[in-house]
Design a protein around this ligand. Structure first.
Ligand SMILES: Cc1cc2nc3c(=O)[nH]c(=O)nc-3n(C[C@H](O)[C@H](O)[C@H](O)COP(=O)(O)O)c2cc1C
Length: 210
């Protein structure tokens, strides 16, 4: 006989258990390593894994930011103030510096500088991205949506104004999925490198190819 599914009421779970559960179920998550500048120009760098793309004409991405401790997270305050940011991809060689950059440095103190992370100038925005990453996107702010629930999440939607791709992961007219190996977040301190890739064409493609 099949064991009965465990069942948890969303409302009754409470914040900590709810976070544990949802962040373990919705995995692996890509990681947006977000650079932004504060009003004085200092570059802030922090990772966010509540992240996806939401459209492609033009390409738009979405990042969900939780509340900061006492004040807004620097990333949110900076993007609100400047209307732009960049997103760098995170591959294995950047794991340690990406994790270290999630430490809550004071506003105006640059994680990139403190951790010795080299940056490369953006071309369509004044915010740099991380030098040497496999891919990066420059973005202008489209809008910020307040989710409005008890945990005060804000959704940042950005329009991609420029893509950067390392030629080492480029083949023909696209990114080579075997060469491009972004890390996935599994929850808490757990990360995953991309495993074996399986190929399964969508049904219509299967028919038209036969
Ligand atoms: C891999 C990883 C993913 C994270 N994802 C998120 C996220 O999706 N949303 C969020 O609010 N914080 C997330 N954090 C925490 C932020 O990185 C952290 O709060 C950081 O200090 C924010 O920096 P800031 O204040 O400079 O913006 C994540 C941390 C790590 C290590």
């Amino acid at each position: 006989m099949l064991a009965q599914m465990l069942r948890f009421s969303g409302e009754a779970l409470g914040e900590a258990r709810s976070y544990k559960l949802i962040s373990a179920i919705v995995t692996p998550r890509p990681i947006a390593w977000v650079a932004s500048r504060n009003a004085a120009g200092a570059v802030n760098l922090a990772p966010f894994s509540s992240y996806t793309f939401i459209s492609y004409n033009p390409a738009k991405i979405l990042i969900s930011l939780g509340p900061g401790v006492d004040v807004l997270k620097d990333t949110l305050a900076n993007i609100e103030a400047r209307g732009e940011f960049t997103v760098s991809s995170v591959t294995a060689e950047f794991l340690d510096s990406m994790v270290d950059s999630s430490f809550a440095y004071a506003n105006g103190e640059s994680e990139a500088e403190a951790l010795g992370i080299a940056l490369e100038q953006g071309s369509s925005v004044a915010t740099p991205f991380v030098k040497g990453v496999a891919a990066a996107m420059e973005c202008t702010l489209d809008r910020i949506i307040e989710v409005g629930d008890r945990d005060h999440h804000r959704l940042i939607i950005g329009t991609v104004t420029c893509f950067h791709v390392d030629p080492a992961v480029w083949q023909g007219d696209r990114i080579d999925p075997k060469a491009y190996r972004p890390l996935g977040r599994i929850g808490g301190p757990l990360y995953q490198e991309r495993g074996e890739i399986v190929v399964r064409p969508a049904p219509r493609e299967r028919v038209s190819r036969d």
